[in-house]
Design a protein around this ligand. Structure first.
Ligand SMILES: [Zn+2]
Length: 52
């Protein structure tokens, strides 16, 4: 059971990246985690898009 640490880390990174995107664009942003180490993927992949 090594997934727990990865999952916690990934949500910290995700939240940080989300805040960063909102700061950069100055708009509301929606984020989605496409891949996650906690789900068995080799790395976490985040996708963000701007809410118009
Ligand atoms: Zn993840």
């Amino acid at each position: 059971m090594h997934g727990k640490t990865d999952e916690a880390m990934c949500w910290i990174t995700f939240g940080f990246a989300w805040g960063l995107f909102e700061g950069v664009f100055g708009k509301e942003v929606v984020g989605e985690e496409k891949k996650c180490v906690a789900k068995g993927d080799e790395k976490c992949v985040f996708e963000f898009r701007i809410v118009e």
